[in-house]
Design a protein around this ligand. Structure first.
Ligand code: UDP
Ligand code: MG
Length: 139
């Protein structure tokens, strides 16, 4: 059953470049309601667990280094068809392939430093949201 919720992170490069406000504006203007949100920083153990599915990939050590180097904005978002619509809004993993007007096209540096995370399924949205937020932080 679709839950109409997805999970996002504005990654360290977005925070470093002062893009939090601009990215949140695009997200809310696209019809997503903020259910939960915080500025936080992942530990190495957090990042290894969060991206565990990629642990055998060659880019994994670099990904963990990147995702832990500074604060992120973590958020749960709500909208009809949230997971799919948010993936459309952020664009392809590699900003060079991302459609015009997408968040990654506008704000990402490269395939590794690509500005934002978006869950890839309803199941992972629930797991990832619960990784960062307790029930009493969701509104
Ligand atoms: N990534 C990378 N190199 C790659 C592919 C992915 O550094 O060749 C990083 C990038 O930050 C990406 C994350 O690993 O967002 C997770 O990869 P995934 O394939 O799940 O992409 P996403 O779902 O974020 O589009
Ligand atoms: Mg992914």
């Amino acid at each position: 059953m679709a839950t109409n919720r997805t999970f996002t992170m504005l990654k360290p490069d977005s925070v470093e470049k002062g893009n939090i406000g601009a990215i949140l504006e695009k997200i809310t203007a696209s019809g997503f309601r903020i259910v939960a949100m915080k500025l936080t920083q992942m530990t190495t153990a957090d990042a290894k667990a969060f991206y565990g599915i990629h642990s055998e990939r060659p880019f994994f050590p670099e990904l963990v280094e990147y995702m832990t180097r500074g604060p992120i904005v973590a958020a749960i978002l709500e909208k009809e068809n949230a997971v799919e619509d948010f993936r459309t809004l952020i664009g392809a993993t590699n900003p060079a392939d991302a459609a015009e007007g997408t968040i990654r096209k506008l704000f990402a540096n490269s395939i590794s430093e690509n500005a934002v995370h978006g869950s890839d399924s309803d199941e992972n949205a629930a797991i990832e949201g619960a990784f960062h937020f307790s029930g009493r932080e969701m509104f």
